[in-house]
Design a protein around this ligand. Structure first.
Ligand code: C2E
Ligand code: CA
Ligand code: CA
Length: 571
């Protein structure tokens, strides 16, 4: 691989080339001077031949005793000539040695400038030139070129869990495994961190060659990486772009940077699709990325303009039909996209680090809204796993409750099972301190993640929410869902109250009623609505604080009718 190092075809300067001939230390400059010395020596040789022709025979004859002594000036000139020739020759030899040494040093500098020191692969800068070079060669032979970007999934976790030494070892092994599968003419580079890329020619019209290679890469990584003390499982995501269409026609790609950018987009797509997979670049990915970019800017702007608002979904006691509280569901009223669902913007806000700020602003508004509701009505709020990574989360939440003068006992926070994989110790202490202040904790979307019975038993949850995908099964003609039944009996066994989500019709409600005491929420009771609509609903039911005054009415009283009326209006 080193033999094929970057040869300066790219227009990027490197250190060796940056030394100019004018620098006094540069031996090439010395060399110029020494070529003068060599010139003098050459002149001396000519002189030697000229003077030597008469002086040498004269000297020999004088020594043999039958001739005149040579002219002393000529004899001295001859000796000087000889000295000059010897001096010139030695200087010339030194010079050639010096130049050879310098060439070796330059080659070493080039290697360093173009290689990644950890893995010995090319580095990002060198890869650009290599890609151009491979493209030029391939074009001459009528071949296509594929550029593949490889990214290790969850490398940060590997580093955090096993330390940087092991992290580095994983990168080295990764590089070796990739290299072992690549054909001779491929070039492999580490672009930085856990990102690698290789570029290679392939017969135009045969993208399956690259597919095969990608599949072999995945197969090779199915085997865990064995290090002296640990065994580490790794998975990869790969994005591929080629300069030819799959049918072999020449694509519109014109340069290496377009190819690299496209492979990058395909890699991003592979990550988004759930990692551990590969994708070829497709033009739609470009528009997807543009959309994503506009979402990001929209979210940033929307946050400062207060475009995020809380909607509320009713929670009903199945047995009595009474309204018992609301789950707050975020909405984005965007001037560009209309009313946007949290399924779209929450993951983006999480990725760009804005989820905490967004959630806290929403909570402030929700606490203010809920303070107007009857004191018996609870408020449930969804908390992202990202927020739970913040060790100060519990403290900030409690501070907000105090500032809003909202009683903690009326608040329930919903966390999903995915929160439990991260830092179970931190989550436990957070849950405990919130519960000590009276906040209730619900485990949301139960059954869709991987929480173990052990975690359910050991973490102090106050409630389990049965995911709506299971509840939907109750609509089947049999009106039975083994999963819902199992979760209900699990809840009973652990003494945990349950909420069923996604109750969409009377059939489901009837089935739930047979299962005993539960809370329910879903479109049967109406769609989530904004603060004004909730206020109107509660006013009608006599459940606003301003109306309730001293003797607040029982929340159970009117709501059954209210939601039935509401359903009537919907249908
Ligand atoms: P979730 O916590 O499971 O919320 C329930 C979702 O189901 C809501 O979708 C709700 O509109 C929808 N839904 C309610 N009843 C029914 C029904 O009968 N049938 C069906 N098919 N769906 C129903 P939404 O509002 O789009 O929220 C989606 C998810 O976004 C929520 O799922 C929650 O995980 C997340 N989310 C919402 N607000 C926030 C927030 O403020 N912060 C965070 N971190 N996540 C939020
Ligand atoms: Ca929820
Ligand atoms: Ca849920």
């Amino acid at each position: 691989m080193f033999s094929a190092l970057w040869d300066g075809r790219s227009n990027q300067p490197h250190r060796a080339a940056a030394l100019t001939d004018k620098e006094p230390d540069n031996p090439l400059h010395n060399a110029e001077r020494d070529f003068v010395a060599l010139g003098i020596a050459a002149a001396s040789i000519i002189l030697l031949i000229g003077t030597g022709g008469s002086v040498v025979p004269q000297t020999i004859q004088a020594m043999l005793g039958y001739g005149d002594k040579p002219d002393m000036v000529l004899a001295n000139a001859l000796l000087l000539n000889v000295a000059l020739i010897i001096f010139g020759w030695r200087r010339y030899r030194e010079l050639t040695r010096e130049i050879a040494e310098r060439r070796r040093a330059e080659a070493r500098a080039q290697v360093l400038a173009s290689t990644d020191p950890l893995t010995g692969c090319l580095n990002r800068r060198a890869m650009f030139g290599e890609t151009e070079a491979i493209r030029t060669r391939a074009a001459q032979r009528g071949e296509a070129v594929a550029y593949c970007m490889i990214d290790l999934d969850n490398f940060k976790q590997i580093n955090d869990m096993h330390g940087h030494v092991h992290g580095d070892a994983v990168l080295v092994m990764l590089c070796e495994r990739i290299r072992a599968l690549l054909p001779r003419e491929a070039r492999l580079a580490r672009l930085g961190g856990d990102e690698f890329a290789f570029v290679m020619p392939f017969p135009a019209g045969h993208p399956e060659r690259i597919d095969d290679l990608a599949i072999r890469l995945f197969e090779s990584f199915a085997e865990p990486i064995q290090l002296p003390e640990v065994t580490i499982d790794v998975t990869l995501s790969i994005g591929i772009a080629a300069d030819h269409e799959p049918d072999g026609t020449i694509g519109l790609v014109v340069d290496a940077s377009t190819l690299m950018h496209r492979a990058d987009m395909a890699l991003y797509h592979a990550k988004k699709q759930g990692r551990n997979r590969y994708f070829w670049f497709e033009p739609s990915m470009e528009s997807e990325l543009r959309f994503r970019h506009s979402l990001e800017t929209g979210i940033r702007r929307g946050l400062s303009r207060g475009e995020f608002l809380p909607f509320y979904e009713q929670q009903i006691d199945v047995e009595t039909g009474a309204l018992v509280g609301f789950e707050m569901l975020a909405r984005w009223r965007s001037p560009d996209f209309g009313l946007v669902s949290p399924d779209v913007f929450v993951p983006v806000a999480e990725e760009i680090g804005l989820i905490s700020e967004m959630s806290e602003r929403l909570m402030e508004r929700a606490f203010a809204d809920a303070r107007e509701w009857h004191d018996s009505l609870t408020l449930s709020i969804n908390i992202s796993p990202v927020q739970l990574r913040d060790p100060w989360f519990a403290q900030r939440l409690l501070k907000m409750l105090v500032a809003a003068n909202f009683p903690p006992r009326r608040l329930e926070i919903e966390i999903t099972e995915s929160c439990l994989h991260e830092n179970i110790g931190l989550v436990r202490s957070m849950i405990t301190s919130l519960r000590n202040q009276g906040v209730q904790i619900a485990l949301d979307d139960f059954g869709t993640g991987y929480s173990s019975l052990e975690q359910l038993r050991n973490l102090p949850f106050d409630r389990i929410k049965i995911d709506r995908s299971f509840v939907a099964e109750l609509r089947e003609p049999s009106n039975r869902s083994h999963i819902v039944e199992a979760i209900v009996s699990l809840g009973r066994g652990l003494d945990l109250p349950l909420t069923a989500e996604g109750v969409e019709d009377e059939d489901i409600l009837m089935a739930l009623k047979r299962m005993g005491r539960l809370k329910a929420q879903g479109y049967l009771y109406g769609l989530p609505e904004d603060a004004d609509a909730v206020r109107a609903r509660l006013r009608e039911a006599g459940q606003l604080v301003e109306q309730a005054g001293e003797s607040a009415p029982s929340p159970i009283a009117v709501v059954g009718d209210a939601h039935r009326r509401q359903r009537g209006a919907q249908s």
